[in-house]
Design a protein around this ligand. Structure first.
Ligand code: ATP
Length: 509
Protein backbone atom coordinates (compact mmCIF):
# COMPACT_ATOMS: atom_id res chain seq x y z
CA UNK A 1 0.00 0.00 0.00
CA UNK A 2 1.26 3.43 -0.96
CA UNK A 3 1.99 5.63 2.09
CA UNK A 4 0.00 8.51 0.57
CA UNK A 5 -3.10 6.27 0.57
CA UNK A 6 -2.75 5.65 4.30
CA UNK A 7 -4.29 9.00 5.20
CA UNK A 8 -7.84 8.22 4.05
CA UNK A 9 -7.58 4.78 5.65
CA UNK A 10 -6.41 6.23 8.96
CA UNK A 11 -9.33 8.66 9.06
CA UNK A 12 -11.95 5.95 8.58
CA UNK A 13 -10.10 3.50 10.82
CA UNK A 14 -9.92 6.12 13.57
CA UNK A 15 -13.68 6.54 13.44
CA UNK A 16 -14.58 2.86 13.16
CA UNK A 17 -12.39 1.74 16.04
CA UNK A 18 -13.15 4.60 18.41
CA UNK A 19 -10.02 6.72 18.13
CA UNK A 20 -11.42 9.97 16.73
CA UNK A 21 -14.92 11.24 15.96
CA UNK A 22 -15.94 14.52 14.35
CA UNK A 23 -17.16 16.91 17.07
CA UNK A 24 -20.95 17.20 17.46
CA UNK A 25 -21.37 14.66 14.71
CA UNK A 26 -25.15 14.34 15.06
CA UNK A 27 -25.32 18.02 14.10
CA UNK A 28 -23.08 17.34 11.09
CA UNK A 29 -19.89 18.18 12.94
CA UNK A 30 -17.98 21.37 13.67
CA UNK A 31 -15.24 22.16 11.23
CA UNK A 32 -11.71 21.27 12.40
CA UNK A 33 -12.86 20.22 15.86
CA UNK A 34 -12.63 16.57 16.87
CA UNK A 35 -13.47 14.31 19.81
CA UNK A 36 -11.29 11.45 20.98
CA UNK A 37 -13.10 8.14 21.50
CA UNK A 38 -12.49 5.21 23.86
CA UNK A 39 -9.27 4.11 22.13
CA UNK A 40 -8.19 7.63 21.20
CA UNK A 41 -8.26 8.93 24.74
CA UNK A 42 -6.03 6.06 25.86
CA UNK A 43 -3.49 6.65 23.11
CA UNK A 44 -3.55 10.37 23.79
CA UNK A 45 -3.05 9.85 27.52
CA UNK A 46 -0.14 7.52 26.82
CA UNK A 47 1.57 10.11 24.64
CA UNK A 48 1.05 12.77 27.33
CA UNK A 49 2.30 10.47 30.05
CA UNK A 50 5.45 9.54 28.12
CA UNK A 51 6.20 13.17 27.32
CA UNK A 52 5.63 14.20 30.93
CA UNK A 53 7.88 11.46 32.20
CA UNK A 54 10.61 12.17 29.66
CA UNK A 55 10.55 15.86 30.54
CA UNK A 56 9.58 16.16 34.21
CA UNK A 57 10.29 12.80 35.81
CA UNK A 58 13.61 12.27 34.04
CA UNK A 59 15.03 15.75 34.59
CA UNK A 60 15.64 16.94 38.11
CA UNK A 61 15.68 20.51 36.82
CA UNK A 62 12.27 20.52 35.12
CA UNK A 63 9.01 21.07 36.98
CA UNK A 64 5.45 21.03 35.71
CA UNK A 65 2.52 23.42 35.97
CA UNK A 66 -1.07 23.48 34.80
CA UNK A 67 -2.10 27.07 34.08
CA UNK A 68 -5.63 28.20 33.26
CA UNK A 69 -6.77 28.56 29.67
CA UNK A 70 -8.17 32.04 30.37
CA UNK A 71 -5.55 34.66 31.14
CA UNK A 72 -5.43 38.38 31.77
CA UNK A 73 -5.94 40.16 28.42
CA UNK A 74 -2.71 42.11 28.87
CA UNK A 75 -0.80 38.82 28.52
CA UNK A 76 -1.64 38.71 24.81
CA UNK A 77 -0.70 42.33 24.30
CA UNK A 78 2.68 41.71 25.93
CA UNK A 79 3.29 38.54 23.94
CA UNK A 80 2.51 40.27 20.66
CA UNK A 81 -0.46 38.05 19.86
CA UNK A 82 -3.03 40.87 19.74
CA UNK A 83 -1.02 42.76 17.15
CA UNK A 84 0.77 40.08 15.25
CA UNK A 85 -0.75 36.62 15.63
CA UNK A 86 -2.19 36.49 12.18
CA UNK A 87 -1.96 34.60 8.93
CA UNK A 88 -1.83 36.11 5.45
CA UNK A 89 -4.97 35.00 3.64
CA UNK A 90 -5.91 34.89 0.02
CA UNK A 91 -9.25 33.91 -1.55
CA UNK A 92 -9.82 32.26 -4.87
CA UNK A 93 -12.76 34.18 -6.31
CA UNK A 94 -14.07 31.22 -8.33
CA UNK A 95 -14.01 28.42 -5.78
CA UNK A 96 -14.52 30.85 -2.85
CA UNK A 97 -11.86 28.83 -1.05
CA UNK A 98 -9.54 30.59 1.32
CA UNK A 99 -5.83 29.78 1.55
CA UNK A 100 -2.82 30.86 3.52
CA UNK A 101 -0.67 32.75 1.05
CA UNK A 102 2.54 31.58 2.70
CA UNK A 103 1.44 27.94 2.50
CA UNK A 104 0.66 28.19 -1.21
CA UNK A 105 4.19 29.44 -1.80
CA UNK A 106 5.77 26.86 0.51
CA UNK A 107 3.90 24.09 -1.32
CA UNK A 108 5.25 25.38 -4.61
CA UNK A 109 8.81 25.31 -3.20
CA UNK A 110 8.24 21.77 -1.93
CA UNK A 111 7.18 20.67 -5.43
CA UNK A 112 10.38 22.08 -6.92
CA UNK A 113 12.41 20.30 -4.26
CA UNK A 114 10.62 17.07 -5.06
CA UNK A 115 11.58 17.50 -8.70
CA UNK A 116 15.24 17.86 -7.72
CA UNK A 117 14.97 14.78 -5.51
CA UNK A 118 13.55 12.78 -8.41
CA UNK A 119 16.37 13.87 -10.75
CA UNK A 120 18.92 12.86 -8.11
CA UNK A 121 17.27 9.48 -7.56
CA UNK A 122 17.09 8.82 -11.31
CA UNK A 123 20.77 9.63 -11.73
CA UNK A 124 21.75 7.54 -8.71
CA UNK A 125 20.15 4.54 -10.41
CA UNK A 126 21.91 5.24 -13.70
CA UNK A 127 25.49 5.84 -12.60
CA UNK A 128 27.78 3.72 -10.54
CA UNK A 129 29.86 5.67 -7.95
CA UNK A 130 27.24 8.40 -8.06
CA UNK A 131 28.30 11.63 -6.36
CA UNK A 132 25.22 13.65 -5.38
CA UNK A 133 26.88 16.99 -4.73
CA UNK A 134 28.75 16.79 -8.03
CA UNK A 135 25.49 16.01 -9.82
CA UNK A 136 23.68 18.86 -8.12
CA UNK A 137 26.34 21.35 -9.14
CA UNK A 138 26.56 20.28 -12.77
CA UNK A 139 23.14 19.07 -13.91
CA UNK A 140 21.43 21.81 -15.89
CA UNK A 141 17.86 20.95 -14.94
CA UNK A 142 18.67 20.72 -11.24
CA UNK A 143 20.54 24.02 -11.38
CA UNK A 144 17.54 25.64 -13.00
CA UNK A 145 15.11 24.36 -10.37
CA UNK A 146 17.48 25.43 -7.59
CA UNK A 147 17.96 28.90 -9.05
CA UNK A 148 14.22 29.43 -9.22
CA UNK A 149 13.75 28.22 -5.63
CA UNK A 150 16.49 30.57 -4.41
CA UNK A 151 14.97 33.55 -6.20
CA UNK A 152 11.51 32.83 -4.84
CA UNK A 153 12.82 32.33 -1.32
CA UNK A 154 14.53 35.72 -1.31
CA UNK A 155 11.31 37.44 -2.40
CA UNK A 156 9.24 35.33 0.03
CA UNK A 157 11.38 36.12 3.06
CA UNK A 158 11.50 39.82 2.15
CA UNK A 159 7.72 39.96 1.80
CA UNK A 160 7.15 38.20 5.11
CA UNK A 161 9.70 40.30 6.95
CA UNK A 162 8.41 43.52 5.45
CA UNK A 163 4.79 42.50 6.11
CA UNK A 164 4.29 43.13 2.41
CA UNK A 165 0.96 41.55 1.49
CA UNK A 166 1.03 42.83 -2.11
CA UNK A 167 4.48 41.28 -2.46
CA UNK A 168 3.17 37.90 -1.32
CA UNK A 169 0.30 38.11 -3.79
CA UNK A 170 2.67 39.00 -6.60
CA UNK A 171 4.76 35.87 -5.92
CA UNK A 172 1.63 33.73 -6.21
CA UNK A 173 0.70 35.47 -9.46
CA UNK A 174 4.23 35.21 -10.90
CA UNK A 175 4.53 31.53 -10.06
CA UNK A 176 1.15 30.97 -11.71
CA UNK A 177 -0.10 29.08 -8.68
CA UNK A 178 -3.65 27.88 -9.30
CA UNK A 179 -6.39 27.10 -6.81
CA UNK A 180 -6.36 23.31 -6.25
CA UNK A 181 -10.16 23.38 -6.21
CA UNK A 182 -11.15 25.53 -9.20
CA UNK A 183 -7.87 25.38 -11.09
CA UNK A 184 -8.07 29.13 -11.76
CA UNK A 185 -5.72 31.97 -10.83
CA UNK A 186 -8.44 34.47 -9.98
CA UNK A 187 -7.00 35.62 -6.63
CA UNK A 188 -8.15 38.27 -4.16
CA UNK A 189 -5.78 40.58 -2.28
CA UNK A 190 -3.80 39.10 0.62
CA UNK A 191 -5.05 40.17 4.07
CA UNK A 192 -3.91 39.52 7.64
CA UNK A 193 -6.35 37.66 9.90
CA UNK A 194 -5.93 37.34 13.70
CA UNK A 195 -6.23 33.76 14.86
CA UNK A 196 -7.27 34.28 18.48
CA UNK A 197 -10.76 33.36 19.70
CA UNK A 198 -12.31 36.18 21.65
CA UNK A 199 -14.80 35.78 24.45
CA UNK A 200 -16.12 37.95 27.28
CA UNK A 201 -15.48 37.81 30.99
CA UNK A 202 -18.27 38.63 33.42
CA UNK A 203 -22.02 38.19 33.14
CA UNK A 204 -23.14 41.80 33.45
CA UNK A 205 -23.64 43.65 30.20
CA UNK A 206 -21.31 46.57 29.87
CA UNK A 207 -19.09 45.13 32.54
CA UNK A 208 -17.69 42.56 30.21
CA UNK A 209 -14.05 42.45 29.35
CA UNK A 210 -12.67 41.00 26.15
CA UNK A 211 -10.51 38.03 26.83
CA UNK A 212 -9.03 35.32 24.65
CA UNK A 213 -8.84 31.57 24.65
CA UNK A 214 -5.10 31.01 24.84
CA UNK A 215 -3.53 30.39 21.42
CA UNK A 216 -0.51 28.70 23.03
CA UNK A 217 0.31 27.31 26.46
CA UNK A 218 3.69 29.03 26.66
CA UNK A 219 2.46 32.30 28.15
CA UNK A 220 1.03 30.47 31.18
CA UNK A 221 4.59 29.36 31.83
CA UNK A 222 6.18 32.78 31.40
CA UNK A 223 3.80 34.55 33.77
CA UNK A 224 4.44 31.81 36.35
CA UNK A 225 8.19 31.82 35.87
CA UNK A 226 9.03 33.21 39.32
CA UNK A 227 6.21 31.37 41.11
CA UNK A 228 7.47 28.03 39.84
CA UNK A 229 11.16 28.85 40.26
CA UNK A 230 10.80 30.03 43.84
CA UNK A 231 8.29 27.46 45.07
CA UNK A 232 10.22 24.55 43.55
CA UNK A 233 13.55 26.09 44.61
CA UNK A 234 14.98 25.78 41.10
CA UNK A 235 18.21 27.35 39.91
CA UNK A 236 18.90 28.47 36.34
CA UNK A 237 19.21 26.43 34.14
CA UNK A 238 15.81 24.90 34.76
CA UNK A 239 12.61 24.23 32.86
CA UNK A 240 8.85 24.46 33.28
CA UNK A 241 6.67 21.98 31.42
CA UNK A 242 2.99 22.08 30.67
CA UNK A 243 0.41 20.13 28.71
CA UNK A 244 -2.84 21.81 27.78
CA UNK A 245 -5.39 23.01 25.30
CA UNK A 246 -4.77 25.84 22.91
CA UNK A 247 -7.19 27.47 20.48
CA UNK A 248 -6.60 29.02 17.09
CA UNK A 249 -9.20 30.18 14.64
CA UNK A 250 -7.29 28.50 11.82
CA UNK A 251 -8.47 29.64 8.44
CA UNK A 252 -7.35 26.72 6.45
CA UNK A 253 -8.25 24.01 8.89
CA UNK A 254 -7.97 20.70 7.12
CA UNK A 255 -5.94 17.52 7.03
CA UNK A 256 -7.90 15.96 9.86
CA UNK A 257 -6.27 16.48 13.26
CA UNK A 258 -3.15 18.03 11.74
CA UNK A 259 -4.64 21.52 11.90
CA UNK A 260 -7.42 21.92 14.43
CA UNK A 261 -9.15 24.89 15.99
CA UNK A 262 -8.93 23.35 19.46
CA UNK A 263 -5.84 21.27 20.08
CA UNK A 264 -3.34 20.32 22.74
CA UNK A 265 0.27 21.32 23.14
CA UNK A 266 3.06 19.85 25.22
CA UNK A 267 5.44 22.70 25.88
CA UNK A 268 8.57 23.21 27.91
CA UNK A 269 10.35 26.49 28.46
CA UNK A 270 13.95 26.09 29.58
CA UNK A 271 15.43 29.13 31.33
CA UNK A 272 19.18 29.63 30.85
CA UNK A 273 21.94 32.14 31.39
CA UNK A 274 22.13 34.73 28.60
CA UNK A 275 24.84 33.72 26.17
CA UNK A 276 24.44 29.97 26.74
CA UNK A 277 21.16 29.63 24.86
CA UNK A 278 22.49 28.28 21.58
CA UNK A 279 24.24 25.35 23.31
CA UNK A 280 21.00 24.50 25.04
CA UNK A 281 19.12 24.91 21.79
CA UNK A 282 21.28 22.24 20.16
CA UNK A 283 20.92 19.91 23.14
CA UNK A 284 17.13 20.19 23.25
CA UNK A 285 16.80 19.76 19.53
CA UNK A 286 18.66 16.46 19.67
CA UNK A 287 16.89 15.31 22.81
CA UNK A 288 13.45 15.94 21.42
CA UNK A 289 14.28 14.21 18.17
CA UNK A 290 15.49 11.16 20.14
CA UNK A 291 12.17 11.04 22.02
CA UNK A 292 10.21 10.80 18.79
CA UNK A 293 12.50 8.04 17.53
CA UNK A 294 12.40 6.12 20.80
CA UNK A 295 8.62 5.92 20.46
CA UNK A 296 8.97 4.34 17.06
CA UNK A 297 8.85 7.15 14.49
CA UNK A 298 11.54 6.10 12.01
CA UNK A 299 14.56 8.26 11.32
CA UNK A 300 13.79 8.44 7.60
CA UNK A 301 10.44 10.10 8.35
CA UNK A 302 11.90 12.74 10.69
CA UNK A 303 13.95 15.72 9.69
CA UNK A 304 14.91 19.15 10.96
CA UNK A 305 13.69 22.19 9.13
CA UNK A 306 15.48 25.48 9.75
CA UNK A 307 13.12 28.47 9.79
CA UNK A 308 13.60 30.71 6.78
CA UNK A 309 12.27 33.67 8.67
CA UNK A 310 13.03 34.02 12.37
CA UNK A 311 10.38 35.62 14.54
CA UNK A 312 11.62 38.99 15.73
CA UNK A 313 12.26 37.63 19.24
CA UNK A 314 14.08 34.43 18.25
CA UNK A 315 17.78 33.90 17.56
CA UNK A 316 17.40 30.30 16.41
CA UNK A 317 14.41 28.18 15.43
CA UNK A 318 14.02 24.76 13.91
CA UNK A 319 11.11 22.44 13.45
CA UNK A 320 11.13 18.72 13.75
CA UNK A 321 9.15 17.68 10.72
CA UNK A 322 7.50 14.33 10.26
CA UNK A 323 6.63 12.81 6.94
CA UNK A 324 2.86 12.58 7.20
CA UNK A 325 1.09 10.77 4.35
CA UNK A 326 0.57 14.24 2.83
CA UNK A 327 4.26 15.21 3.07
CA UNK A 328 6.86 16.47 5.53
CA UNK A 329 5.19 18.90 7.97
CA UNK A 330 5.91 20.46 11.34
CA UNK A 331 5.47 18.20 14.33
CA UNK A 332 7.41 20.16 16.93
CA UNK A 333 9.01 23.57 17.13
CA UNK A 334 12.28 24.23 18.99
CA UNK A 335 12.84 27.93 19.47
CA UNK A 336 15.46 30.05 21.13
CA UNK A 337 13.21 32.90 22.28
CA UNK A 338 15.89 35.06 23.92
CA UNK A 339 14.59 37.11 26.88
CA UNK A 340 11.77 38.54 24.77
CA UNK A 341 8.74 37.14 26.61
CA UNK A 342 9.93 37.79 30.16
CA UNK A 343 11.11 41.28 29.25
CA UNK A 344 7.78 42.11 27.62
CA UNK A 345 5.86 40.82 30.64
CA UNK A 346 8.07 42.97 32.87
CA UNK A 347 7.20 45.98 30.75
CA UNK A 348 3.47 45.37 30.62
CA UNK A 349 2.99 44.21 34.21
CA UNK A 350 5.46 46.53 35.88
CA UNK A 351 6.72 43.51 37.90
CA UNK A 352 10.32 42.36 37.95
CA UNK A 353 10.93 38.97 36.34
CA UNK A 354 14.64 38.70 37.04
CA UNK A 355 16.61 35.88 38.55
CA UNK A 356 19.50 36.34 40.98
CA UNK A 357 22.28 33.99 39.94
CA UNK A 358 24.21 33.12 43.13
CA UNK A 359 27.26 31.90 41.20
CA UNK A 360 27.57 34.99 39.03
CA UNK A 361 26.30 37.16 41.87
CA UNK A 362 24.14 39.13 39.54
CA UNK A 363 20.53 39.40 38.44
CA UNK A 364 19.35 38.96 34.90
CA UNK A 365 16.30 38.08 32.82
CA UNK A 366 16.97 34.49 31.73
CA UNK A 367 17.01 33.46 28.08
CA UNK A 368 14.58 30.77 27.01
CA UNK A 369 14.66 27.67 24.87
CA UNK A 370 11.20 26.40 24.03
CA UNK A 371 10.22 22.94 22.89
CA UNK A 372 6.63 22.86 21.70
CA UNK A 373 5.04 19.75 20.29
CA UNK A 374 1.46 19.19 19.18
CA UNK A 375 -0.16 16.30 21.00
CA UNK A 376 -2.68 15.74 18.23
CA UNK A 377 -0.01 15.88 15.55
CA UNK A 378 2.05 13.33 17.47
CA UNK A 379 -1.06 11.17 17.61
CA UNK A 380 -1.56 11.49 13.85
CA UNK A 381 2.11 10.76 13.17
CA UNK A 382 1.91 7.51 15.13
CA UNK A 383 -1.43 6.46 13.65
CA UNK A 384 -0.12 7.10 10.12
CA UNK A 385 3.12 5.26 10.69
CA UNK A 386 1.53 2.37 12.57
CA UNK A 387 -1.33 1.66 10.18
CA UNK A 388 -0.46 -1.48 8.25
CA UNK A 389 -2.34 -3.80 5.95
CA UNK A 390 -0.98 -7.30 5.52
CA UNK A 391 -2.05 -10.20 3.41
CA UNK A 392 -2.58 -13.26 5.60
CA UNK A 393 -3.77 -16.35 3.72
CA UNK A 394 -5.57 -14.27 1.16
CA UNK A 395 -7.24 -12.03 3.72
CA UNK A 396 -6.29 -8.50 4.68
CA UNK A 397 -5.11 -8.09 8.24
CA UNK A 398 -5.18 -4.49 9.49
CA UNK A 399 -2.68 -3.92 12.28
CA UNK A 400 -1.80 -0.81 14.21
CA UNK A 401 1.88 -1.41 14.87
CA UNK A 402 2.08 1.16 17.65
CA UNK A 403 4.98 1.10 20.09
CA UNK A 404 3.70 -1.07 22.98
CA UNK A 405 4.16 1.88 25.34
CA UNK A 406 1.62 3.82 23.27
CA UNK A 407 -0.87 1.01 22.68
CA UNK A 408 -4.29 2.04 24.06
CA UNK A 409 -4.74 -1.44 25.50
CA UNK A 410 -1.73 -3.48 26.48
CA UNK A 411 -3.17 -6.94 27.01
CA UNK A 412 -6.28 -8.79 25.90
CA UNK A 413 -7.52 -11.88 27.73
CA UNK A 414 -9.84 -14.38 26.05
CA UNK A 415 -11.39 -17.70 26.89
CA UNK A 416 -11.11 -19.88 23.76
CA UNK A 417 -14.80 -20.77 24.05
CA UNK A 418 -17.65 -19.57 26.21
CA UNK A 419 -18.00 -22.78 28.25
CA UNK A 420 -16.33 -25.53 30.29
CA UNK A 421 -14.97 -23.20 32.92
CA UNK A 422 -12.67 -21.29 30.55
CA UNK A 423 -14.30 -17.86 31.07
CA UNK A 424 -13.84 -18.14 34.82
CA UNK A 425 -10.10 -18.76 34.51
CA UNK A 426 -9.71 -16.03 31.90
CA UNK A 427 -11.56 -13.55 34.09
CA UNK A 428 -9.35 -14.43 37.02
CA UNK A 429 -6.27 -13.63 34.92
CA UNK A 430 -7.89 -10.40 33.69
CA UNK A 431 -8.61 -9.25 37.24
CA UNK A 432 -4.98 -9.84 38.20
CA UNK A 433 -3.40 -8.00 35.26
CA UNK A 434 -5.74 -5.01 35.28
CA UNK A 435 -4.01 -3.49 38.31
CA UNK A 436 -0.88 -2.84 36.27
CA UNK A 437 -1.96 -2.59 32.65
CA UNK A 438 -4.93 -1.40 30.64
CA UNK A 439 -6.41 -4.82 29.91
CA UNK A 440 -9.34 -5.91 27.79
CA UNK A 441 -11.50 -8.95 28.47
CA UNK A 442 -13.64 -10.37 25.72
CA UNK A 443 -15.91 -13.38 26.06
CA UNK A 444 -15.67 -16.44 23.87
CA UNK A 445 -18.69 -16.03 21.64
CA UNK A 446 -16.79 -14.87 18.56
CA UNK A 447 -14.22 -17.11 16.87
CA UNK A 448 -10.77 -16.53 18.33
CA UNK A 449 -9.39 -15.43 14.93
CA UNK A 450 -11.90 -12.60 14.73
CA UNK A 451 -11.08 -11.48 18.24
CA UNK A 452 -7.36 -11.42 17.39
CA UNK A 453 -8.08 -9.30 14.31
CA UNK A 454 -10.02 -6.76 16.35
CA UNK A 455 -7.14 -6.49 18.80
CA UNK A 456 -4.68 -6.07 15.90
CA UNK A 457 -6.81 -3.23 14.55
CA UNK A 458 -6.51 -1.27 17.80
CA UNK A 459 -2.87 -2.18 18.32
CA UNK A 460 -3.04 -4.50 21.38
CA UNK A 461 0.48 -5.92 21.62
CA UNK A 462 -0.32 -9.08 23.59
CA UNK A 463 -3.35 -11.38 23.62
CA UNK A 464 -3.69 -14.20 26.11
CA UNK A 465 -5.95 -17.16 25.41
CA UNK A 466 -7.20 -19.62 27.98
CA UNK A 467 -7.96 -23.03 26.46
CA UNK A 468 -8.63 -26.57 27.62
CA UNK A 469 -4.97 -27.24 28.27
CA UNK A 470 -4.98 -24.35 30.72
CA UNK A 471 -7.25 -26.37 32.98
CA UNK A 472 -4.78 -29.26 32.88
CA UNK A 473 -1.38 -27.57 33.27
CA UNK A 474 -2.05 -23.92 34.18
CA UNK A 475 -0.56 -22.59 30.94
CA UNK A 476 -1.97 -20.13 28.41
CA UNK A 477 -1.01 -19.05 24.91
CA UNK A 478 0.25 -15.54 24.49
CA UNK A 479 0.19 -14.05 21.01
CA UNK A 480 2.36 -11.21 19.83
CA UNK A 481 0.62 -8.68 17.57
CA UNK A 482 3.26 -7.96 14.91
CA UNK A 483 4.63 -11.45 14.32
CA UNK A 484 1.43 -13.27 15.29
CA UNK A 485 3.78 -15.77 16.99
CA UNK A 486 2.20 -17.71 19.83
CA UNK A 487 3.99 -19.03 22.86
CA UNK A 488 2.78 -21.19 25.74
CA UNK A 489 3.65 -19.87 29.13
CA UNK A 490 2.47 -20.64 32.61
CA UNK A 491 -0.10 -18.38 34.26
CA UNK A 492 2.46 -17.53 36.93
CA UNK A 493 4.88 -16.23 34.30
CA UNK A 494 2.41 -13.85 32.60
CA UNK A 495 3.21 -10.86 34.73
CA UNK A 496 6.95 -11.10 34.25
CA UNK A 497 6.55 -11.77 30.52
CA UNK A 498 4.52 -8.62 30.00
CA UNK A 499 6.52 -6.42 32.36
CA UNK A 500 9.73 -7.25 30.52
CA UNK A 501 8.28 -6.36 27.15
CA UNK A 502 6.33 -3.28 28.17
CA UNK A 503 9.14 -1.61 30.07
CA UNK A 504 9.45 2.04 29.06
CA UNK A 505 13.01 2.39 30.31
CA UNK A 506 14.45 2.39 26.82
CA UNK A 507 11.96 5.08 25.77
CA UNK A 508 12.99 7.36 28.60
CA UNK A 509 16.74 6.69 28.62
P1 ATP B 1 1.98 25.70 11.78
O1 ATP B 1 3.10 26.43 11.08
O2 ATP B 1 1.79 24.29 11.30
O3 ATP B 1 0.72 26.48 11.88
P2 ATP B 1 3.02 26.77 14.18
O4 ATP B 1 4.42 27.04 13.79
O5 ATP B 1 2.06 27.89 14.20
O6 ATP B 1 2.44 25.55 13.30
P3 ATP B 1 3.62 26.59 16.95
O7 ATP B 1 3.00 27.86 17.29
O8 ATP B 1 5.11 26.49 16.91
O9 ATP B 1 3.00 26.03 15.57
O10 ATP B 1 3.00 25.47 17.90
C1 ATP B 1 3.75 24.37 18.35
C2 ATP B 1 3.13 23.05 17.94
O11 ATP B 1 1.73 23.03 18.20
C3 ATP B 1 3.26 22.76 16.46
O12 ATP B 1 4.51 22.20 16.16
C4 ATP B 1 2.14 21.79 16.22
O13 ATP B 1 2.55 20.46 16.52
C5 ATP B 1 1.09 22.22 17.22
N1 ATP B 1 0.03 22.98 16.55
C6 ATP B 1 0.05 24.27 16.20
N2 ATP B 1 -1.10 24.63 15.62
C7 ATP B 1 -1.88 23.52 15.59
C8 ATP B 1 -3.19 23.25 15.12
N3 ATP B 1 -3.93 24.19 14.57
N4 ATP B 1 -3.68 22.00 15.26
C9 ATP B 1 -2.94 21.03 15.83
N5 ATP B 1 -1.70 21.23 16.29
C10 ATP B 1 -1.16 22.45 16.18
Amino acid sequence: MNYADVFAKVISHAKEYGFIFPSSEIYDGLSAVYDYGPMGVELKNNIKDLWWRAMVQMNENIVGIDAAILMHPQVWKASGHVDAFSDPLIDNKDSKKRYRADVLIEDWVQKQEDKIKKEVEKAAKRFENFDESMFRSTNGRVLEYQKKIDEVMVRFVNALEGNDMDGLRQIIVDLEIACPESGTRNWSDVRQFNLMFKTALGAVAGDAQDIYLRPETAQGIFVNFLNAQKSARQKVPFGIAQIGKAFRNEIVARQFIFRMREFEQMEMQFFVRPGTELEWFTQWKEKRNRWHRALGLPEKRLRFHVHEKLAHYANAAEDIQFEFPFGFKELEGIHSRTDFDLTEHQKFSGKKLTYYDPELQQSYVPYVIETSVGLDRTFLAHMSHAYTEEDVNGETRVVLKLHPALAPIKVAVFPLVEKEGLPEVALEIFHKIKFDYRTHYEDGRDAIGRRYRRMDAIGVPYAITVDHQTLVDQTVTIRERDTMAQERISIDAIHHYIAERLSIRSVLA
